[in-house]
Write a protein that binds this ligand. Structure first.
Ligand code: CU
Ligand code: ZN
Length: 139
């Protein structure tokens, strides 16, 4: 969680032949939709996670939703928290990889206070960064 927030998550990324499989388990949210993105820098060391930079965007695309072909690689879309503030999410994404120029290892995954509208530039109007994690290698 960033300062003053309670979001916690475990997110795993697994490289498959068809893309990167993501599985997220999140707690400490407000009920409803929350944007989830890959941000460019692997730094959660500041109070509001602004030091994680902008959305990971190696192809110079506009901000969009996860199913759009022209999008930031980091535009993973929204997760939905239940009435207890818990969310689970699974997806297969073809815009990110674990190796090469679109690799996400060493960057950050960030969960936001609000929903991503997939339209507003450059960030989907998703509000504050409430949770931040640096993506690394797992055992
Ligand atoms: Cu974000
Ligand atoms: Zn974006």
């Amino acid at each position: 969680p960033t300062k003053g927030n309670t979001a916690q998550a475990i997110v795993t990324f697994t490289q498959k032949d068809t893309g990167v499989h993501m599985q997220a388990t999140v707690t400490g949210l407000t009920p409803g939709l929350h944007a989830m993105h890959i941000h460019e820098y692997g730094d959660c060391g500041c109070d509001d996670a602004a030091c994680a930079g902008d959305h990971f965007n190696p192809t110079g695309m506009p901000h969009a939703g996860p199913t759009d072909t022209k999008r930031h690689a980091g535009d993973l879309g929204n997760i939905t928290a239940d009435d207890n503030g818990n969310a689970t999410y699974t997806a297969l994404d073809t815009h990110i990889t674990l190796n090469g120029p679109h690799a996400i290892i060493g960057r950050t995954i960030i969960i936001h206070a609000n929903a991503d509208d997939f339209t507003t530039q450059p960030n989907g109007n998703a509000g504050a960064r409430i949770g931040c994690g640096v993506i690394g290698y797992a055992q």
